[in-house]
Design a protein around this ligand. Structure first.
Ligand SMILES: Cc1cc2nc3c(=O)[nH]c(=O)nc-3n(C[C@H](O)[C@H](O)[C@H](O)COP(=O)(O)O)c2cc1C
Length: 334
């Protein structure tokens, strides 16, 4: 049996295939199913900044309302809101998953500003999460806000969460940056122990019947691995952080490619939604078969084999090859 063991965020894992944040991690039974199917770790669905903010606002309103009218309500309403409002149930879900499962349970926070996260990160820590994944996501629609300002806010958010918890902290970021490598280094300096590449944005479509924007969530396809593949290869051994790949995993082929580029773990959501949790076993076994078939000793021997630092030339990864590729494209052969 090939040794697939790896380390992610300082946590030893049996193999690199991790269940990415998705509805498959919502209920305790589903998380157990992912563990039974062989997931090396599970990232829970995100707690959204909007949820934390909404709760803060409602709590504040209730406190104020209570203090104007019934002094005793000030104690009652906030506690009551937390109870029914969702955040407590998210903390409880972390607690129960940790009790029920052997594998690491990673809590996920999604947003872009420190908001209520600092306090909430401490609560997640107390609930027993194995690590936190911070998904920084925001469409910077304000035309007077520069890229540097957006990045600064994200870096401040990471630093604030870092200060609030001792848990390993991964940051899930998007690829749409002028200099993803520079920003990745900044995230590590701000306290990230791991980078999850890349967040997949869900741009709205347009509904031509109602003439309104239409939310549209499409599951991913294997060609979507390319961007993360490139940046994992470029960052491997050049930032002091674990690297997780996310986007486009459908078969073991994508898992193999991500590990060759340098990923410590490979996360999957769409493929599990398409094929069910059992697909994790197929991905893991496919990786083991490939390693055995190519004669590598273990997963460590192949990891990062095609990372930029280990290639004789990075030309095939970078732009010179881009021009060559476009110029040599043969429409007749398409
Ligand atoms: C239905 C669905 C729900 C998701 N929910 C979350 C989430 O709560 N938090 C998050 O960070 N990513 C979420 N994602 C993104 C996935 O974790 C993953 O990063 C992305 O889908 C790319 O991986 P894939 O190609 O394996 O699907 C979700 C994806 C899908 C399809």
């Amino acid at each position: 049996m090939v040794d697939l063991s790896t380390t992610y965020l300082n946590m030893p894992l049996a193999h690199p295939v991790v269940a990415s944040a998705s509805p498959l991690g919502r209920a305790l039974d589903d998380i157990r199913r992912l563990e039974d199917a062989g997931a090396a770790a599970v990232v829970l669905p995100s707690i959204y900044e909007e949820e934390v903010e909404a709760e803060d606002e409602i709590t504040l309103a209730l406190v104020e309302q209570g203090s104007w009218t019934q002094p005793e309500a000030g104690d009652y309403f906030p506690a009551r809101y937390r109870e029914v409002g969702g955040l407590d149930s998210r903390l409880e879900a972390i607690r129960r998953a940790r009790e029920a499962c052997e594998i690491p349970i990673i809590a996920s926070l999604n947003g872009s500003a420190p908001a209520g996260w600092v306090e909430f990160s401490s609560e997640i820590t107390q609930a027993g999460a194995s690590a936190i994944e911070l998904n920084i996501y925001r469409v910077p629609a304000n035309l007077s806000e520069s890229g540097a300002e957006v990045e600064r806010q994200w870096l401040d958010t990471v630093a604030a969460v870092r200060a609030a918890t001792e848990l390993p902290l991964a940051v899930k970021l998007g690829p749409w940056l002028s200099s993803p490598g520079h920003f990745a280094r900044g995230l590590v300096e701000a306290g990230a122990n791991g980078l999850v590449l890349f967040n997949r944005f869900y741009q709205p479509d347009i509904d031509l019947t109602t003439l309104t924007p239409k939310p549209d969530l499409q599951l991913s396809h294997p060609y979507e691995i390319r961007q993360a593949l490139l940046w994992i290869a470029l960052l491997r051994d050049r930032v002091a952080a674990s690297l997780a790949a996310t986007s486009g995993v459908e078969t073991a082929v994508e898992v193999v490619k991500y590990v060759l580029a340098g990923a410590d773990v490979v996360m999957t959501a769409s493929a599990l939604l398409r094929h069910g949790p059992q697909h994790i076993g197929t991905l893991r076994d496919g990786l083991a078969d490939w390693i055995a078939g190519r004669g590598f000793e273990d997963v460590g021997a192949m990891r990062g084999r095609l990372a930029a630092d280990r290639l004789e030339t990075t030309e095939p990864l970078l732009r010179a090859q881009y021009a060559h590729m476009l110029l040599s494209y043969d429409p007749a052969a398409a």
